[in-house]
Ligand binder design. Structure first.
Ligand code: SOE
Length: 384
């Protein structure tokens, strides 16, 4: 077998996403053996030396850094992978692009539209490969849903609806900000559920059903004040705890989206359903290998919702895994994204969603927050 080309990774951030990405880099070669490129885990960066050393040991990084600027300055790094809290995305991505590094960035692309635009400009000016980890696209059942929609089987689409429900912030005594809780601090995260959870739903929705044209929204912050971990003081909570929006898609269909961290009993329930003239599909993260499909062309005596177990080699990505009938999990969506990024280096095709595509999602997030604040419909300006 030809010697593989190396993609030397510098990972910045060692939280939950640092682990999912590292797992992707470590496992991709075993399951996608034909790729021309292989990731090499050159360095990992986090501010606390003991912590980053332990992470490097656990996941197999060759070296550690405690200053992200040092990662970018190294000439043995080809790609910078940003897994930091959202407030660092823009600064790191822009510096990495200016240094000629490829950039992989965790979602959402940025805290604000302005930051996101500057990031797109930087990667485009530098001409470096880039991608954003909207991982749910690469769950085989979700990719199959996209293929079914793209085949036209649904006919004219009338409705797109999606939910992303959690319950981890209901406790009013939970502090905000700092280690492990930065998602609850708008200065760091940019927004609450809109950027953290609905951004996933919007990415999938526009990938499958095209541009979202305009939105009307409501947001709520149920607990108004919480202790901030960094200051020790009780401070106003400025994130959206819940957000519901509806919209028009460019293709004439209507969208309905709901996300909250206050849906008692739900830890991470992402679901979507698309209703077309001829057929409908629906998917549920808690049963992620399954796609439900209703085809109005079926004979009336057997007509009903089909439950497709997406584990067959003919279905997206599944030729790489075990044998038909045996499912895969959440972590595989990240392994697939690594594989697709490596493949994009072979083909020269972009690895979607690129920064440019993720900017369109950011436009919708911003329009949703503005619509909620103003109580008016808001054009998104999405340009797909
Ligand atoms: C938040 O709890 C979170 O981890 C998000 O940040 C992820 O993007 C989502 O996939 C699961 O929930």
């Amino acid at each position: 077998m030809a010697k593989k080309k190396e993609l030397r990774i510098g990972l910045i951030g060692t939280g939950f996403m640092g682990r999912t990405h590292s797992n992707g880099y470590n496992r991709v070669g075993n399951f996608f053996p034909k790729l021309e490129y292989k990731p090499v885990l050159k360095t990992v960066c986090s501010r606390t030396e003991d912590k980053v050393r332990a992470f490097a040991e656990q996941w197999g990084y060759e070296s550690v850094e405690t200053d992200w600027k040092a990662v970018i300055a190294r000439n043995d790094i080809d790609a910078v992978d940003i897994c930091t809290p959202n407030d660092m995305h823009a600064e790191i991505a822009i510096a990495a692009a200016e240094a000629g590094k490829m950039v992989l960035c965790e979602k959402p692309l940025a805290r604000t539209l302005d930051e996101a635009k500057a990031m797109v400009e930087a990667v485009e000016k530098a001409g470096v490969s880039n991608t954003v980890w909207y991982n749910y696209r690469r769950i085989p059942a979700v990719t199959l849903a996209k293929q079914i929609v793209a085949s036209g089987k649904l006919g004219k689409i009338f409705h797109y609806r999606a939910n992303f429900l959690q319950d981890w912030t209901i406790n009013a005594n939970l502090p905000q900000g700092g280690e492990g809780l930065w998602r609850m601090d708008a200065d760091v995260a940019g927004s609450g559920v809109t950027g953290d959870l609905l951004a996933h739903c919007i990415d999938t929705a526009m990938w499958m059903n095209g541009a979202i044209k305009d939105v009307a929204a409501v947001t709520e912050t149920f607990v108004k004040e919480r202790v901030h971990q960094l200051t020790g003081k009780v401070q106003k909570v400025s994130i959206d705890d819940a957000c519901i929006f509806h919209c028009h898609f460019e293709n004439g269909s209507l969208g309905l989206f709901e996300s909250t961290r206050y849906a008692r009993g739900h830890k991470a329930l992402y679901t979507f359903e698309i209703n077309g003239e001829n057929a409908s599909i629906r998917w549920d993260l808690h049963d992620l290998n399954r796609l439900e499909f209703f085809d109005n062309a079926d004979a009336s005596n057997v007509k009903g919702w089909r439950s497709i177990h997406v584990t067959d080699g003919d279905q997206p990505y599944m030729d790489k895994w075990w044998v038909p009938g045996l499912g895969i999990g959440y972590e595989h969506s990240f392994i697939h994204q690594v594989a697709d990024f490596l493949k994009s280096l072979e083909t020269g095709e972009p690895c979607e969603p690129t920064f440019k595509t993720a900017l369109e999602t950011q436009k919708v997030c911003e329009a949703v927050l503005e619509a909620a604040a103003s109580g008016c419909w808001k054009d998104t300006g999405v340009d797909l």
